[in-house]
Design a protein around this ligand. Sequence first.
Ligand code: SAM
Length: 242
Amino acid sequence: THFGFETVPEAEKAGKVQGVFTSVASKYDVMNDVMSVGIHRIWKEAMMDWLAPRPGQKLLDVAGGTGDISFKFLKRAGSGHSTVLDITENMLIEGRKRAEAAQMVDNLDWVVGDAMALPFADNSFDVYTISFGIRNVTRPQEALDEAFRVLRPGGRLMVLEFSQIPVPLAQKAYDLYSFNVIPPMGQMIANDRDSYQYLVESIRKFPDQETFLSMVQQAGFENTSYRNLSLGIAALHSGWKI
Ligand code: SAM
């Protein structure tokens, strides 16, 4: 129907999401820069500032796609290891090309898998990140539960995701921009209106800061908090497995 993803049954969502990212994979990095006017880079650096990677840490970067977060993390840590997990193989293939170009193959593993059923043992990682990924997961609470399970005690969760602007008028202006500008731009640049229509709809539907914070707590995380980025267009959520 013309309501698009709104009416897609839950069981089909994963397949749709995979379709979207399979079709954008080769253009993903460029489109990210164009659509966000480069601002996603600033948000990812803000994520690293708060995360403060340390040498030797073991990161699990879920919905890691082409590996942006992992590359930044390893660069800041100086040494360490990252496992990039994603449900779309084509995204990981793009990422691995980047790793080869940056001569960082040894510090990275690329794993096809689902955030809701991680193929890892309990207590295996120091840090869990998910950047612009959890919004795409069919049942986000299950992804958070899995994050808690695979983190070691003392391990840390950090989520970067689009959020809601707490000022209604500003949110309204932002909605007008995103619904009217992003899909036509996706059509023009990538010849793919539907993927970018999905993008703006999924952003609008995602829980606000406080609601998502309570989901993080529900998974068992403690010392939880969040920071708004760009007035709340995006937000970082942090939690610790104690
Ligand atoms: N983390 C990267 C970044 O910040 O640029 C990529 C984010 S991209 C917008 C979202 C990614 O989530 C896609 O690569 C998609 O394949 C992945 N994804 C969607 N659902 C997933 C799931 N259930 N489990 C793992 N990855 C998933």
